[in-house]
Design a protein around this ligand. Structure first.
Ligand SMILES: [Zn+2]
Length: 217
């Protein structure tokens, strides 16, 4: 059961295909565990399809028709992408499916990089520096920070609390630039979360600010 969801506007942008890749990955991960939001996205897609159907068909010029036929010919010649060989892919049963294939290792076996005591990160190679996993030890406090852009966070394992409430596995925090928060991992298990940002974070403390360039935050 998830209690925190992406904003409706984020879901609409997702269904329109207009979100940056990193943020879209977090939304896809949430949709795989949240039927409530999946329904919203299906409805938005249905509205998009109805709008397309209402468009008046415009006649094609002979040239455009030929171009489209040529494009279709090219498409037919594209070979089927090779299916990846079945390797010993870890099952990562508690990881949402859209994230699983990006990892290639068990969550605990990733090359976690220590950022501060109790705080490790793993930047997902497929998405440059905009998509990362953070592993926060039980009871550890993240430095207080704001954002210069949007931040979408999904809890993968464990839970954390901040000014906005308690976030458990599957929950998403959809943060606007004006939100200032200081997440603290809950004491029993700690927390692993998936974070997508579209602009650098804005730390208040001097030390985190000095360290920021080293961790691509
Ligand atoms: Zn949801």
């Amino acid at each position: 059961m998830t209690t925190h969801h992406p904003d409706l506007s984020t879901l609409m942008s997702y269904s329109a295909g207009s979100l940056p890749d990193a943020i879209a990955t977090v939304v896809a991960a949430h949709l795989s565990v949240c039927s409530h939001c999946s329904r919203h996205v299906q409805e938005a897609e249905q509205i998009g399809i109805s709008l397309l159907e209402e468009l008046e068909p415009a006649p094609l010029s002979a040239g455009a028709r030929d171009d489209i036929l040529a494009m279709l010919d090219d498409t037919e010649q594209v070979a089927e992408p090779a299916k990846p060989a079945k390797q010993n892919v870890p099952d990562n049963a508690d990881v949402p499916a859209p994230l699983r294939h990006l990892l290639g290792h068990y969550l605990d076996d990733l090359h976690w990089k220590t950022m501060a005591p109790g705080l490790k990160q793993f930047i997902l190679p497929a998405a440059e520096s905009n998509l990362r996993l953070l592993k926060i030890a039980p009871g550890t406090c993240m430095p207080s920070h704001g954002h210069t852009g949007s931040e979408l966070t999904m809890v993968i394992r464990g839970s954390y609390s901040d000014e906005l409430g308690r976030f458990c596995a599957g929950d998403v925090a959809d943060l606007d630039p004006d939100v200032q928060h200081q997440p603290v991992a809950d004491t029993h298990e700690g927390c692993i979360c998936l974070i997508a940002t579209d602009a650098p974070l804005r730390f208040n403390g001097l030390v985190p600010r000095l360290l920021q360039p080293f961790f691509q935050l």
